[in-house]
Design a protein. Structure first.
Length: 486
C-alpha cells in the first residue's frame, strides 16, 4: 500500500495547540482522498484516522506504524465537525461487513466537493507546478441514485445459505451483505433482493460471479457472467425476471467480446445528449460515463469552453463511442476522433451514421472520421501526420495523456531550438499546434503531470480548471482544465 497523502484543508477554525489537548486527544486538521482524517501527534508525526473529519477532536487506536506516519481507527469523537452528517445508507460505516462502495457518506456533500476541488488544485501545483488562472465552479448533480453503471459481485455463500449481490466490504475481498444501495437508481436498488432470490433459485448459482449493470435512458441492461452453460430452466428464470422487472438480459460466457443478448429484439440501449440532438446507442460492456446527469452537463461545458467555430477543425483524442465527437460535429467544419480500441472506433462510426441519418431535424453533422491508434505510443511524427487542428478535446483514461502531451512539447522544444531537442519531424514546418485544449480527466495526478508538460514545455497557459462531482460519496475525482496557446 502506498503512503497516504494529506490533500485537503480544514473546513473550520484553526487547530488548537496539541499541548493544550487532554492526553491522547488529537485534533484532525484535514482529510486525505481516502476520506481519512489527518492529524499530528504531539511529536509532529502524521496520523491518518479512518472515519474522522477535519476540525474534530478525537481519540484513535493506531493499527499500523511507519517511520513518518501512522494509520489508526476512530475510537471516540469529543468534538464533532459541523460537516458531519448521518450516512444515507445503512450499509455505510466502519463496522465489520460495511460496504466499501462509498467512502464519504459521513461528510456533507458540499464539503465533499470542496475536498475534491482542493485535491485538484493541490495536484496541479505540487505535481505539475501549474496554477489555473480561473477556478471554475464545480459541476454537481444528484447525490443519490446516480450510478447507472456498476459491476455487482455475486456469490453463493453456502455457510450462510444465501446469495449475496453487491459491492465488496471495506478493505476486504468479501461481498457486503447489502439489502439496499442508495447510489444505484431507485428501480435497480429495489431489484437487489429479487436478484439474490433469482440467483439462489438457479441451477448455476455457484458459477455466476458477476452482474454488470448498464442503464440507458429507457433500458436497464444486466450482463450475467456465467462460467458454465446455463440450463433451459435457468434461461426461463432469467426471462421471467426480465418480464417482471423490466430488465434486458445479456449473457457473458467468457471475455467481454462474447457478450450477447439473451433474446434478440426489443429497444436498443442508448442515452441522449439533448443539447446537441445526439443519441448514443451502446453495448452494456462499452465504456460510458457512470453518471448520465453529470455527463450531459460535462459535454455541454466542455464544448462551451472549447468554443468551436464553424470553420475550425477539431481532434477528439481518446474519443470512445463519440461522447464528445458527435456533439463537436454539430459545431465544427471537420472532426477527427482517435481511440485505441478498434471495437469502439467501429461503434463510433455506427453512431455517427445513425445521427447523420436523422439529421434532417437538426443541422447536418460535419465531416467526421474515426481512427484506431495506440495513444500511449504517440510521437511527434504521428502527431504531425494527423494534421493540424484549431482545437483539441482530450478525454483519457486514468493513465492520462502523457505521450500526447510530450509529443506536443517535443515539437515546441524543437521549434524554439531548445538544447537537446530532436529535429522537427518531416512535414512539421507547416503544422500548427491547437490554439485551445480542453482536457477532461478522471485522475488529478495524471492531469497535473500532463499539465506540467503543456505549460512548461509546450507553450500553453492553464486558463481554467475545476472539478466534476461524477461520483458523489466516493473518493473519485473527475475534473476539467483549459489550456490556451500562450
Amino acid at each position: 500500500m502506498s503512503e497516504p497523502k494529506e490533500l485537503s484543508p480544514s473546513f473550520e477554525p484553526a487547530a488548537q495547540d496539541a499541548a493544550d489537548l487532554p492526553e491522547g486527544w488529537l485534533q484532525v486538521q484535514s482529510m486525505d482522498l481516502d476520506a481519512q482524517g489527518v492529524a499530528r501527534k504531539p511529536d509532529g508525526k502524521v496520523i491518518f484516522i479512518d472515519g474522522a473529519l477535519p476540525s474534530e477532536l478525537v481519540t484513535a487506536n493506531t493499527h499500523r506504524k511507519k517511520n513518518n506516519w501512522e494509520q489508526a481507527s476512530l475510537v471516540a469523537i469529543h468534538r464533532e465537525s459541523s460537516q458531519r452528517v448521518r450516512p444515507g445508507c445503512q450499509h455505510f460505516g466502519l463496522h465489520g461487513g460495511a460496504c466499501g462502495g462509498c467512502k464519504m457518506q459521513h461528510l456533507h456533500v458540499g464539503a465533499q466537493v470542496a475536498v475534491k476541488q482542493r485535491v485538484l488544485e493541490d495536484n496541479l501545483w505540487h505535481l505539475g507546478k501549474v496554477k489555473a488562472e480561473t477556478v471554475m465552479r464545480p459541476i454537481e448533480g444528484p447525490a443519490w441514485g446516480y450510478r447507472y453503471r456498476a459491476r455487482l459481485a455475486v456469490r453463493h455463500v453456502i455457510k450462510k445459505g444465501q446469495v449475496l449481490v453487491g459491492f465488496h466490504e471495506r478493505k476486504s475481498r468479501y461481498i457486503a451483505d447489502m439489502q439496499t444501495c442508495k447510489i444505484l437508481p431507485p428501480h435497480v436498488d429495489a431489484m437487489l433482493m429479487p436478484l439474490r432470490a433469482l440467483i439462489a433459485g438457479m441451477d448455476a448459482r455457484d458459477t455466476c460471479p458477476q452482474i454488470e449493470l448498464a442503464c440507458g435512458d429507457s433500458v436497464t441492461a444486466m450482463v450475467l457472467r456465467h462460467l458454465e452453460p446455463l440450463s433451459a430452466d435457468d434461461l426461463a428464470r432469467l426471462r421471467a425476471f426480465a418480464s417482471e422487472h423490466g430488465v434486458q438480459w445479456w449473457l457473458q460466457p467468457k471475455g467481454p467480446d462474447t457478450v450477447k443478448l439473451l433474446d434478440e429484439g426489443g429497444e436498443e440501449l442508448s442515452y441522449a445528449l439533448p443539447d446537441f440532438g445526439i443519441t448514443m446507442p451502446f453495448k452494456p460492456t462499452d465504456f460510458t460515463q457512470v453518471n448520465p446527469h453529470i455527463n450531459r452537463v460535462l459535454v455541454s461545458r466542455a464544448l462551451r469552453l472549447l468554443d468551436v467555430q464553424p470553420h475550425e477543425r477539431v481532434i477528439d483524442w481518446f474519443c470512445g463511442l463519440g461522447n464528445f465527437t458527435l456533439p463537436l460535429a454539430t459545431q465544427a467544419r471537420e472532426v477527427l476522433g482517435i481511440e485505441g480500441s478498434e471495437a469502439l472506433v467501429a461503434r463510433s462510426r455506427e453512431n455517427y451514421a445513425l445521427n447523420q441519418a436523422v439529421a434532417h431535424n437538426h443541422k447536418a453533422l460535419a465531416a467526421t472520421d474515426f481512427v484506431a491508434r495506440n495513444l500511449f505510443e504517440m510521437t511527434p511524427a504521428m502527431l504531425v501526420a494527423d494534421g493540424a487542428a484549431d482545437k483539441w478535446l482530450v478525454d483519457p483514461p486514468r493513465e492520462g495523456a502523457f505521450a500526447l502531451a510530450k509529443a506536443l512539447a517535443d515539437i515546441e522544444q524543437s521549434r524554439i531550438g531548445a538544447e537537446g531537442a530532436d529535429p522537427l519531424p518531416a512535414g512539421a514546418e507547416g503544422w500548427t499546434p491547437p490554439k485551445r485544449i480542453v482536457y477532461v480527466s478522471c485522475n488529478p495526478a495524471t492531469l497535473a503531470r500532463d499539465a506540467g508538460l503543456l505549460v512548461h514545455l509546450a507553450g500553453y497557459r492553464c486558463t481554467a480548471a475545476g472539478m466534476v462531482n461524477m461520483f458523489p460519496h466516493t473518493a473519485h475525482v473527475e475534473s476539467m482544465a483549459v489550456f490556451e496557446r500562450a
